[in-house]
Design a binder for this molecule. Structure first.
Ligand SMILES: [Zn+2]
Length: 435
């Protein structure tokens, strides 16, 4: 593991964040002037992301883009800006540990929907995007972590074809220079449609990555492949096991590797749900950010008919219950769960909205709203290896948080009742507001 390289970008980003934070706070939320570096939310319910019970009637004190204090008895410094949190719930900014980002506008959607950190797990333009984010003013983009091109058996978009172990090692050596958060492999024959990466190739990729201090993530579908990857040393299972119920051996391998598990349940949903027009297409929270062209594409009757008759779509539909069952088994077994959606990674996987839908599916799988929130905050932050900075509202962490008008512990869908989103202590402008 290499902690230092994980942190090269965020401090640069934060330097900008702090400058802008000062200027925004100087104006004050209500337009009053005053030069306050500190900013306090008072009287709110705070869910800190650790899994500890919510703190009622609490204060969240922010200074210089970071959390200064959280709790019932926080002393607010003289001159600090105050915001009334009565009746509101504050949660950490959501962390998506498996998304895909192809252009900067998509990052804005994630952020406005409360996703303040994204791990883009494979793509062609990720490194350039990450560098652009690092140079951008605070409040415009979520924190972005990336994997770069996926090591695969076939060069589909976002991936490179690896034909030999030597080639795999060479690819990892080259990628290491760009400091990816993960090296990603895909081990999937797409239900028999193409070649699957062989164990000797993924073993070489994983070994080389570890030699260079890099962690590895795997796209995987089947239980036996997931076990093979864990035996080969993989650090992150980035999709649900979908063919069989996970067994004791799988759980033992996950524990031995201290591996993270990312369910991406809404990835399955996106494969089959557009056989008709889904009910969420009339949800104002969805419509606020969803791309109208993508909506139209998913509503095309011809496309819907194709989905209805597609065997692959049926397979994923039939296997979603297994994925959900496995999530519950693994959560009960104490395996760390990292919320992820695969949003942006295929048609109809709507960034921003799908993270909230994923939370709902995690509760449908049997997790409590608190467990779900942990997976989407500290759990996902741990998977990205940024838990020192993100994922919880604790002293010294990035001041990334979402103010909600209703309590998500009563109904997880209340994460959609967003009043404001803050990143590095800076309020994220709404879509219609001047950036
Ligand atoms: Zn993906």
């Amino acid at each position: 593991m290499n902690f230092t390289q994980e942190f090269h970008r965020p401090p640069l980003f934060l330097a900008g964040a702090i400058l802008v934070a000062f200027s925004i706070i100087a104006l004050g939320q209500d337009g009053k002037s005053g030069n306050h570096a500190a900013h306090a939310w008072v009287g709110a319910r705070i869910i800190d992301g650790t899994g500890r019970p919510a703190i009622e009637n609490a204060t969240l004190l922010i200074r210089d883009g970071r959390v200064e204090a959280v709790g019932k008895h926080v002393k607010i410094p003289a001159g600090a800006e105050r915001a009334d949190g009565t009746g509101k719930t504050i949660i950490p900014g959501l962390v998506n540990a498996h998304g895909h980002v192809n252009d900067p506008a998509q990052l804005g959607v994630y952020l406005r929907d409360g996703v303040t950190t994204v791990l883009s797990l494979g793509g062609d333009k990720e490194f350039a995007l990450r560098d652009q984010v690092a140079k951008s003013p605070a409040g415009s983009f979520p924190h972005l972590f990336v994997a770069g091109p996926i090591q695969d058996s076939t060069a589909i978009p976002g991936s490179v074809a690896v034909k030999t172990p030597e080639e795999g090692r060479k690819n990892v050596d080259e990628l290491a220079g760009s400091k990816p958060t993960y090296i990603k492999v895909r081990v999937d024959d797409f239900l028999g449609a193409r070649q699957k990466m062989s164990p000797e190739i993924y073993q070489a990729v994983i070994d080389e990555a570890h030699k260079l201090g890099l962690r590895t993530a795997a796209h995987v579908v089947l239980l036996e492949d997931a076990k093979g990857l864990l035996r080969a040393g993989v650090d992150y299972i980035a999709h649900s096991v979908r063919d069989h119920e996970v067994d004791e051996e799988f759980i033992a391998l996950m524990k031995k590797r201290h591996a993270f598990y990312c369910p991406t349940l809404t990835r399955e949903v996106a494969v089959f749900t557009y056989s008709e027009t889904p009910s969420f297409f009339s949800d104002p929270f969805f419509l606020k950010e969803a791309d109208p062209a993508e909506i139209a594409k998913m509503q095309d009757p011809k496309r819907q008919e194709t989905v209805r008759n597609d065997k692959g779509a049926q397979w994923y539909k039939e296997h979603l219950p297994i994925a959900m069952h496995n999530l519950k088994i693994l959560s009960d077994a104490g395996i760390p769960i990292a919320m992820g959606t695969d949003s942006g990674g295929g048609p109809g996987r709507f960034q921003g909205y799908f993270e909230h839908l994923e939370l709902e599916y995690e509760t449908k799988a049997g997790l409590t709203p608190m467990q779900v929130l942990v997976s989407a905050t500290s759990g996902a932050a741990r998977a990205i290896n940024i838990s020192q900075q993100a994922g919880t509202l604790e002293k010294g962490k990035w001041a990334d948080f979402v103010v909600l008008s209703a309590n998500p512990l009563e109904d997880i869908r209340n994460t959609r009742k967003i009043e404001s989103v803050w990143i590095g202590g800076v309020r994220v402008p709404g879509k219609a507001e001047k950036q």
